[in-house]
Design a protein around this ligand. Structure first.
Ligand code: HEC
Ligand code: HEC
Length: 269
């Protein structure tokens, strides 16, 4: 007892006590603070899932099943991930309306907040590609030339060299990429909607996706400042050849009909 009180009176004792107290509060803070915010995140997340589930039951369950297991009218959504929902609902493809060769883009009917909730619910059914963040899809500083190269090898066979889009077999088509947001471009690559193959990060890393986004934006920007004249859709020699065929032949046929009509008239009189 005596020893302790003797130590307590040591000139450094106060400093030691202070340091210990600081360490203790620091430790306590470290131990509890992040757990606190993590918990808050968790409750926000489960709230979003709860809300998403309600929206889902009303708008999606009839085709995709009450638990997302799929029905004869829509595929299973287990494991498609939040990115797929954000793309499908964010571009107005979902909820689908009538059956057809391909579900088209439509007016978006959900707010972004509701889309996030739907995405949270579907993501809770099974892990899948996650909606990218703003910085992940931001093409600032990306390599446009590299993006063009990647686009020509991976995308141009369906979407055309400048992303004009084009027809595929059985009434399907690759849509034009003009005006598609960087986020939806990224998500389309991540998830491969309908007849499009997917380009997951393992085969096409984030950096390459950004290069492609930068390229698509660059060619779309170019189109709006077209050097003048009719661009014929920018499809190159094929469309120009087609133009010559349709209009050139059309003119020849018109002349032939005119000549025939006049000879007929001449015979009659
Ligand atoms: C009328 C039926 C119908 C409704 C309603 C509907 N879907 Fe779909 N959904 C489909 C069909 C059919 C497909 C498959 C399209 C294809 O790949 O050809 C699909 C595909 C999807 C996909 C892509 C799945 C994948 O493999 O990546 C997602 C995500 C999706 N739907 C989400 C939703 C959400 C969320 C809603 C509600 C807001 C919804 N759908 C409402 C019929 C429907
Ligand atoms: C085999 C043909 C094919 C290839 C290759 C392909 N796509 Fe697609 N893409 C499609 C089809 C088909 C759709 C329409 C899917 C739908 O409507 O759900 C599509 C849709 C898209 C969309 C959605 C556009 C919109 O209007 O919302 C984007 C973005 C896109 N593709 C980007 C790309 C990029 C970038 C690449 C290359 C990395 C690529 N695609 C490669 C066939 C293809």
């Amino acid at each position: 007892m005596k020893k302790l009180s003797a130590r307590r009176r040591h000139p450094l004792a106060a400093v030691v006590v202070l340091l210990l107290a600081l360490a203790a509060t620091g430790g306590l803070y470290a131990a509890f603070a992040p757990a606190g915010t993590a918990k808050a995140d968790e409750t926000a997340q489960s709230l979003a899932i709860e809300e998403g589930k309600k929206l889902y039951s009303v708008g999606c369950a009839s085709c995709h099943g009450t638990g997302g297991q799929g029905t004869s009218d829509g595929p299973s959504l287990v494991g498609v991930g939040s990115a797929s929902v954000d793309f499908q609902v964010g571009t107005g493809r979902m909820p689908a309306q009538q059956p057809g060769a391909q579900v088209p883009k439509k007016k978006v009917i959900y707010s972004q907040a509701e889309i996030d909730q739907l995405a949270a619910y579907v993501a809770s059914l099974g892990a899948g590609p996650i909606t990218p963040t703003d910085s992940q899809v931001d093409p600032a500083g990306a390599d446009v030339a590299k993006g063009g190269e990647l686009f020509r090898t991976n995308c141009a066979q369906c979407h055309n060299f400048t992303g004009e889009g084009g027809a595929l077999t059985h009434g399907k088509y690759a849509p034009s990429l003009e005006g598609v947001s960087p986020k939806h471009l990224y998500e389309a690559m991540q998830t491969g909607p309908q007849n499009m193959p997917s380009f997951p990060d393992t085969t096409m890393p984030e950096k390459e996706k950004k290069d492609i986004i930068a390229y698509v934006q660059a060619v779309n920007g170019e189109k709006t400042v077209s050097p003048g004249g009719l661009s014929l859709g920018g499809l190159g020699p094929v469309s120009e050849g087609l133009f010559a065929w349709v209009f050139g032949l059309g003119a020849l046929i018109a002349v032939a009909i005119w000549v025939a009509a006049h000879t007929a008239k001449a015979k009659k009189s």
